[in-house]
Design a protein around this ligand. Structure first.
Ligand SMILES: [Ca+2]
Length: 375
């Protein structure tokens, strides 16, 4: 088990996991410095993680037009973004948005659902592909040394809790680059999804999620659709269930309890991923829209996309034309939403309906999945 060192993945994780209430900058820079010590610089343009065609060009739609497992989300108008002062900078200002009605998967895509897709198409996920150094180095600064063979392997990032309290600005303390970790082996070789058919699929990249969606005759939600669906008809409430703090009452979502990242009391019943439908649905019938696993959206991420929205109501916004994250300006990123089983009230709190996060589209992690929508 190697400490993760793959640069683009590392950058993505640094940004993704650095979801404290202020900024991910420190975390990302710390992680980049860490990468410099080990393999190569992260300050270049982001290389395609595996430098192979991970697009969904070869995926043929299954032709299945069923709406089974989906719930109808009505169209409507809302104010997108944080209504209170609990948001991070990129959640402001609130701005008026209209979305047309659509259908949304009631649950995150499960291992059983993803297995059907792989069986039908032979699709190989990003995490299962070995990096091609000859292609990869074309996108890195001249003279970048070749990483050790032990790092140029099919691998993914696994949550590995430290033995004791650690600085929260160093995500390498709890993420490890594990050879052989992928959707079928969530904790690496020796782990499996046997008996976990109804758990959400994880270790899927944005490319993987897009490929699945095409095959299923669906698509990924826009960020606006996702937030509208998470708000479930409530106005300016912080959570998909309303206003009650997440720690009060009965467990509302699969998050982290205890002390992050070293002590998880799992009082909600789950230390890692939970089977879908383990917690109550929101008013639209969506399960686990808060917590459990992050969910990919179709949009590129821009930290300033809300400030650029202007005052005119946006109709079915599909996000910016390109990505820009000032914390990692050379790394294109897609939006993820909803938080995960690693979100803790003191550290991340991304189970809030307006919380935004971002990661590079060629990165999968143990706490990242998706659900689809359909017109
Ligand atoms: Ca939990």
């Amino acid at each position: 088990m190697n400490k993760f060192s793959w640069p683009c993945v590392l950058v993505a994780v640094a940004s993704f996991a650095a979801c404290n209430q202020t900024s991910g900058t420190t975390t990302a820079k710390t992680a980049v410095a860490h990468a410099d010590d080990t393999v190569m610089s992260c300050t270049s343009n982001l290389p395609s993680r595996f430098a192979v065609n991970t697009s969904s060009d070869s995926i043929v739609a299954s032709g299945n037009n069923s709406y089974e497992g989906m719930v109808k989300i009505p169209g409507g108008d809302f104010l997108m973004g944080a209504a209170d002062k609990e948001g991070r900078t990129d959640e402001y200002p609130q701005h008026a948005v209209h979305v047309d009605g659509f259908y949304m998967d009631a649950t995150e895509v499960t291992n059983a659902m993803f297995a059907q897709f792989v069986k039908a198409t032979g699709y190989v996920t990003t995490a299962e592909r070995k990096p091609d150094w000859e292609e990869l180095k074309k996108q890195l600064p001249a003279g970048t040394p070749r990483p050790a063979d032990s790092l140029l392997v099919a691998a993914s990032l696994v949550f590995t809790p430290p033995a004791g309290a650690v600085q929260l600005n160093d995500v390498s303390q709890w993420w490890q680059w594990v050879k052989g970790a992928d959707w079928k082996h969530p904790q690496g070789p020796g782990s499996s999804i046997k008996g976990k058919e109804h758990f959400p699929v994880v270790h899927v990249s944005w490319d993987d999620a897009m490929a699945y969606a095409i095959w299923a005759g669906k698509r990924l939600p826009t960020e606006a659709e996702w937030e509208w669906a998470a708000r479930a008809g409530l106005t300016n409430k912080p959570f998909t269930w309303g206003t009650e703090p997440v720690e009060k009452g009965k467990p509302k979502a699969n998050i982290w309890q205890g002390h992050f990242p070293d002590r998880n009391t799992a009082t909600d019943g789950y230390a890692r991923v939970a089977p879908v439908k383990s917690f109550a649905a929101n008013a639209y019938g969506l399960y686990d829209i808060a917590g459990n696993v992050w969910e990919w959206c179709s949009d590129w991420y821009r930290s300033d996309s809300y400030t650029q929205s202007g005052t005119k109501k946006l109709i079915n916004p599909a996000g910016p034309a390109a990505s820009y994250d000032p914390e990692e300006p050379t790394v294109p990123k897609r939006v993820v939403r909803g938080g995960s089983f690693l979100c803790h009230a003191s550290y991340c709190a991304s189970y809030r309906v307006s919380a935004r996060m971002k990661t590079s589209p060629d990165t999968g992690l143990e706490h990242t999945g998706f659900r689809c929508v359909k017109n």
